[in-house]
Design a protein around this ligand. Structure first.
Ligand code: SAH
Length: 341
């Protein structure tokens, strides 16, 4: 029989399970705290849990653990981890250090099936979804490694979080739970290429996270060239979902726009982008393109992103340029994993 994935259980589910073994609910709380606060990686560490129960748990449950396959440290303090999962697959996690605290970029899938043409993570397709426990463990393992607390999370690593919807949203609930790490949902961003029905589902979940939309193009026709998801949902449908999301949640949406010279940075693009965002509470985050081997979209330099930013500012659109962290280790997300395949 397959073992129970104990790391992915929310506290109420763990309570139910522990009580089914004839134990009191407070024992579940102790175990939850070992797993999700103290970053325990085995039942043996749970010294306030009886030996007999630890043995039963060991027989019936698996504790998700990650091992460090590779670790790259940048001069600016950014750390890129290649974590190996129990089944040998690898994912990437990035730790970024800011004045306001430590921020982590987590993966949600092994590979990705969205097929964005400029992205390394999708080049070999999707292998599988990550479990909730495997997404959580990226945070715990990294905290353990650096010996510091992590306060901000971006779900922008390998994979499409809304294509692993249940585990991604369970992750948000568990990492923000007061019984776990208690990271405020306001400090969590989820980035999506725009799976429209899932944006509506997310709006219904009443989470206080920041939704980031990877827009990258201003018309359906242009977006189809770089982002195949646009064959399923037009830019108009996506923008309508965003307006409805904000209406329902009151949360500002952040739009990511990777500037690809000659592809999406013309005066017309700037005007159309301003048009799409008109009347919305939103924010534009311009991302420097990280050229990826085998991608037809590689034209980028630091000047052109500033020129495009100015075009937007002139149209009264507030746009910031994402700081490049970890320049010296800067394989674009997904590249470290590709190198190791
Ligand atoms: N699947 C999610 C998270 C992916 S990565 C999404 O699509 O949003 C996070 C961001 O980096 C996305 O905006 C993605 O489009 C962008 N990105 C991917 N590859 C890139 C590259 N080579 N250069 C710049 N940005 C890239």
């Amino acid at each position: 029989m397959a073992k129970i994935d104990i790391n992915s259980l929310e506290l109420n589910e763990l309570k139910e399970y522990i009580m089914s073994l004839g134990e009191k609910p407070f024992v579940a709380k102790q175990i939850y705290s070992w797993l999700h606060v103290k970053n325990a990686e085995s039942f043996d560490e749970m010294t306030n849990v009886s030996k007999a129960l630890r043995a039963t748990l060991g027989e019936n449950c698996a504790v998700t653990t990650l091992s460090v396959r590779k670790k790259q440290v940048s001069k600016d303090g950014t750390i890129k981890y290649l974590y190996q999962l129990g089944d040998g697959n690898c994912i990437e996690t990035v730790l970024m250090r800011y004045e306001h605290g430590n921020s982590i970029c987590v993966s949600s899938q092994v590979g990705c099936r969205m097929g964005c043409k400029f992205c390394a993570s999708t080049q070999h397709g999707k292998v599988r979804d990550l479990t909730t426990g495997e997404i959580l463990r990226q945070v715990y393992k990294t905290e353990k490694d650096i010996g510091e607390r992590i306060s901000n999370i971006v779900m922008m690593g390998i994979g499409e979080p809304l294509d692993n919807f249940d585990n991604a949203t369970r992750f948000v609930r568990m990492i923000s739970s007061p019984d776990g790490k208690n990271i405020s949902q306001r400090n969590i961003s989820l980035s999506t290429c725009g799976i429209v029905p899932k944006i509506y589902e997310l709006a219904d979940m009443n989470l206080n996270i920041t939704l980031s939309i990877s827009l990258h193009a201003t018309t359906t026709e242009l977006r189809k060239k770089t982002m195949p998801i646009t064959n399923a949902y037009s830019v108009e449908q996506l923008m309508q979902a965003c307006r409805d999301y904000t209406k329902k949640t009151g949360r500002r949406i952040s739009f990511e726009y990777t500037v690809i010279h000659g592809t999406n940075d013309s005066d017309d693009d700037a005007r159309r982008l301003a048009g799409l965002l008109k009347g919305m509470i939103s924010h534009v985050n311009l991302i420097p393109l990280n050229p990826v081997d085998g991608s037809p979209f590689t034209r980028y330099d630091d000047k052109i992103i500033k020129i495009f930013q100015k075009k937007l500012t002139d149209l009264h659109i507030n746009a910031t340029i994402r700081r490049r962290l970890g320049q010296d280790i800067s394989a674009a997300c997904g590249q470290l994993r590709n190198e190791n395949r």
